[in-house]
Design a protein around this ligand. Structure first.
Ligand SMILES: C[S@@+](CC[C@H](N)C(=O)[O-])C[C@H]1O[C@@H](n2cnc3c(N)ncnc32)[C@H](O)[C@@H]1O
Length: 215
């Protein structure tokens, strides 16, 4: 397993902003559009085991469980504060979700444990080295034929989006995203059929949806 590290960038970059995460994402990231699209793309079946990596306050995790109540849904995040809010929201929604604290680049699960892994707005929080480790970990814990579904910043598709993307490049680890390198990083981890399935205009730049399959 190598060394144990516990480094993460909190949901809104600074821990003291975490309480504002839900309204900020709703107003700036077109969450109402892209999360339902991502949930549909995941095509969960009854009995599937689904991991929401970097689940944050669990808006998406809850939508996944509501979409397919007969799937087992797990949310993992490195931040205990955001996980406390996630647990509250799941209880308010009346859904049964397992929440684990852990690092995306050192997943606390055995090989081949999940049918689907979803990572929404997580990868741009990770350094290039940690993106590679996290993708290798998702590959390890997915079953053969399992799928990885990502929503995150991508190559800007307009000049205006390119201008806006300077904010996340400056604040977070979005260089590879803006350069359009994420699909290649996913292929390098061993995934096949890596394809961009959607694109959204947001207040911080172009957001893309990606699907990939573990052969
Ligand atoms: C921008 S939020 C996204 C939350 C949620 N997935 C969504 O779409 O709204 C990123 C989340 O990733 C978590 N995170 C960042 N680095 C992490 C790491 N190395 N391991 C696990 N979680 C991490 C943060 O704590 C935060 O909750």
């Amino acid at each position: 397993m190598g060394e144990t590290r516990h480094q993460y960038i909190p949901a809104l970059r600074f821990g003291w902003l975490t309480g504002l995460y839900d309204p900020v994402i709703r107003w700036t990231m077109r969450e109402d559009l892209f999360k339902p699209r991502l949930v549909e793309q995941v095509r969960m079946q009854p009995g599937h085991r689904v991991l929401d990596l970097g689940c944050g306050t669990a808006t998406l995790t809850i939508q996944l469980k509501q979409y397919q109540p007969h799937a087992m849904v797990v949310g993992l995040d490195g931040d205990p504060v955001v996980l406390a809010r996630a647990r509250e929201k799941a209880a308010e929604a009346g859904v049964n979700i397992v929440f684990d604290q852990g690092m995306a680049y050192q997943l606390p699960y055995p090989d081949q444990s999940f049918d689907r892994i979803v990572a929404s707005l997580l990868l741009h929080h990770l350094t290039l080295g940690d993106k590679r480790r996290a993708l290798a970990e998702t590959f390890r814990v997915l079953k053969s034929g399992g799928e990885l579904h990502i929503a995150d910043f991508g190559k800007p598709h307009t000049v205006f989006m390119a201008c806006l993307s300077f904010i996340v490049r400056w604040l977070e680890e979005a260089y590879e995203h803006v350069k359009g390198m994420v699909p290649e990083l996913i292929r390098e981890a061993g995934f096949a059929q890596v394809e961009e399935t959607g694109r959204f205009t947001t207040a911080f730049g172009t957001l893309v949806l990606i699907r990939a399959v573990k052969p």
